[in-house]
Design a protein around this ligand. Sequence first.
Ligand SMILES: Nc1ncnc2c1ncn2[C@@H]1O[C@H](COP(=O)(O)OP(=O)(O)OP(=O)(O)O)[C@@H](O)[C@H]1O
Ligand SMILES: [Mg+2]
Length: 227
Amino acid sequence: MNSQKPVLKAKAIHKAFYNPALVQILKGVDLTIMCGDTVAIMGRSGEGKSTLLQILGTLETACSGYLEIASQTVNNFNKSKIRNKNLAFIFQSFHLLEDYTALENVLMPASIARSNISPGSPAYNRACQLLEKVGLDSRKHFNTKLLSGGEKQRVAIARALCNDPDILFADEPSGNLDKQTSQYIHELLLDFAHNQGKALILVTHDADLAAMCSRRFRLCEGILVAE
Ligand SMILES: Nc1ncnc2c1ncn2[C@@H]1O[C@H](COP(=O)(O)OP(=O)(O)OP(=O)(O)O)[C@@H](O)[C@H]1O
Ligand SMILES: [Mg+2]
């Protein structure tokens, strides 16, 4: 994709929760992301960073506002297709299937997209390459419950990259990891965006990680402000 093209446009995103009490979280968020942008979203706990990431990633619906991804206006009919084809997610708590191997986890998006995942298929070879890239070639046949936290997050990154997404969303991707492992995870994520011209949107409390991104924002009282 052309690196000058917006890959995501969000306009006037509003979000409130009504149960058990009214909480107005987002009060008109505007954001345009280009291919190759690496974007850090910071802010105090409870400001709505995860909610915003979920809305931008089509996992949660805004109360009002406009969202466009890869030149398509997102609506209820196309959002799961867009999510599967264009987006990928990394969460603080990994969200792996613990009784499946690292390789099976990485192949899961391809399997959901109904690609051929048998040994020797393009998807299988790509999954093996990705696991090698994140340094887990020797662990690919281990069930992920046997892996360390940093190893699990590296499997999650390989899984996120399996379908070659345009945008990678990461919500506190190193929140549960030690400093050295965090650094390695950050380098993998930034490397993905820089080398492949993809966008990375991440929520972090880590100022060092935010400083490595090309754009930084702070979510404060429902509004996203560039830093
Ligand atoms: N389904 C829900 N119903 C009601 N309130 C919710 C719901 N989900 C989130 N909230 C509220 O919205 C606010 C924002 O939550 P969110 O998880 O987006 O914050 P955050 O900025 O990611 O915080 P943290 O840095 O602690 O992860 C919180 O006060 C939370 O209680
Ligand atoms: Mg959060």
